[in-house]
Design a protein around this ligand. Structure first.
Ligand SMILES: NC(=O)c1ccc[n+]([C@@H]2O[C@H](COP(=O)([O-])OP(=O)(O)OC[C@H]3O[C@@H](n4cnc5c(N)ncnc54)[C@H](O)[C@@H]3O)[C@@H](O)[C@H]2O)c1
Length: 253
């Protein structure tokens, strides 16, 4: 996979341990210019420094993916600076382990807005540029929670948002296919060591979860970022509207 002369915008890339930074590392080491966008400014600056320190090209931008004006202006600013955006990875996400009767409207809105409205806003903002170039790769982060009914750390709002994102992705894929733009999702199972679990994972939980994973271990961020790199590559141009499971066989459908 070669990403030379490609520009990739990755949301939710503030944590050095997170999936977003792992995607940025994968794409950067194969030649891409990466734009790290997150609500957490310090985090993306640290990530961009790491990539530049290794000889890559990276930009850090503060972005709340739920704010249409910010999304629009970040896309415009980056196109002006770098010339284009070839790849978008809608990776920003939040999760709350609440049971359905405990979910407040505010929490529902937060989870739906970050996980579902954010990818809609960014897709809408970037499509005119991708269409003009007749090239684009959009990869959205769904989750096994959206398919099997709940997750360990995500409630019904998280499942609803991720299942919604899968439907959104399929519809967009069909709409934009004739412009050389693909739109796919990945659906990871539980990935160890990232912040989204909110520090709630205990050793006992981890052991119990592993028993249900045929591959015999928790997922790692590299498992996800490698699969995303494939879907973001030029050679994956005939794959669109697809959902790629990354769960060690814990959910096979
Ligand atoms: N870790 C897992 O087990 C797992 C499993 C399936 C899917 N996912 C998905 O993978 C993605 C990355 O998660 P992660 O595990 O790396 O966790 P993470 O917490 O490191 O990454 C999420 C990022 O989203 C950012 N974010 C939150 N709200 C935002 C907003 N309004 N605007 C911009 N950025 C915002 C956070 O600051 C954070 O950097 C998420 O979409 C998550 O739902 C994770």
């Amino acid at each position: 996979m070669n990403f030379e002369n490609r520009v990739a915008l990755i949301t939710g890339a503030a944590s050095l341990e997170g999936i977003g930074m792992s995607i940025a590392r994968q794409l950067s080491k194969r030649g891409a210019t990466v734009v790290l966008a997150d609500i957490n400014k310090n985090g993306v600056e640290a990530g961009a420094n790491e990539i530049e320190g290794k000889g890559g090209k990276a930009y850090a931008v503060q972005l709340d993916v739920t704010d249409q004006k910010q999304v629009q202006s970040v896309v415009e600013e980056m196109v002006e600076k770098v010339g284009k955006i070839d790849i978008v990875v809608n990776n920003a996400g939040v999760s709350r382990p609440s049971r359905v009767q405990e979910i407040t409207q505010n929490e529902w809105d937060l989870v739906l807005n970050v996980n579902l409205k954010g990818p809609f806003l960014l897709t809408q903002a970037v499509l005119p540029y991708m269409k003009e170039n007749r090239y684009g790769r959009i990869v959205n982060l769904s989750s096994v929670s959206g398919k099997r009914g709940g997750g360990v750390f995500g409630g019904s709002h998280y499942s609803a948002a991720k299942a919604g994102l899968t439907g959104f992705t399929k519809a967009v894929a069909r709409e934009v296919a004739s412009y050389g733009i693909t739109c796919n999702t990945v659906a990871p199972g539980l990935i160890g060591g990232t912040d989204i679990t909110g520090g709630l994972m205990t050793e006992e939980m981890e052991q119990a979860i592993k028993l249900d994973i045929p591959v015999g271990r928790l997922g790692q961020v590299e498992d996800v970022s490698y699969a995303i790199s494939f879907l973001a590559s030029e050679g994956a141009g005939y794959i669109t509207g697809e959902e790629l499971d990354i769960n060690g066989g814990s959910h096979i459908d």
